[in-house]
Design a protein around this ligand. Sequence first.
Ligand SMILES: CC(C)(COP(=O)(O)OP(=O)(O)OC[C@H]1O[C@@H](n2cnc3c(N)ncnc32)[C@H](O)[C@@H]1OP(=O)(O)O)[C@@H](O)C(=O)NCCC(=O)NCCS
Length: 139
Amino acid sequence: MVDNIKIEDLNRFNELGTLINPNFTKLFNLENILNSTYDYIIGYYDNNDLIAFLHITKSYETIDIVNIVTDSKYRNKGIASVLIDHLLTMFNDTKTIMLEVNEHNNPAINLYKKHNFVEMYRRKKYYGNDDALIMKRDV
Ligand SMILES: CC(C)(COP(=O)(O)OP(=O)(O)OC[C@H]1O[C@@H](n2cnc3c(N)ncnc32)[C@H](O)[C@@H]1OP(=O)(O)O)[C@@H](O)C(=O)NCCC(=O)NCCS
């Protein structure tokens, strides 16, 4: 089931986020995000347990994907795809979706390509020795 995430999901949000970045809890404060008018987090729930989320920011007609993560046990079941498809139904004024991804993160790059994102340019050595790919989808 897909739903907006809630402050009650804080522990699972932090657990899932730490899979992306060990400093996740220092960088992302769920309470602040929920109070922001630019941020939205869509959760995917299995029996009320948060098992994946998609965090975006929206500014006018542009959406930026901040983070997307699926619990390791639930990967390759189409859950991230459900979240991206749901995002496309949320706003009817969106023209562009942008994101950045490590050049070696093949699962994520494949996910984005499957959803019609294309590489725009690279930020050299953005992640230590690795480049960031900036990808875009026109809606
Ligand atoms: C990237 C991630 C969110 C994908 O989540 P998921 O729920 O497993 O994705 P889905 O099952 O919806 O997969 C959709 C598509 O993604 C691609 N994909 C997913 N996992 C993949 C893998 N291990 N290897 C290659 N491609 C993969 C495929 O194109 C897949 O489509 P297909 O099943 O038709 O082949 C997940 O691997 C993850 O949480 N990774 C760690 C966090 C991360 O790196 N996030 C992105 C940067 S913030």
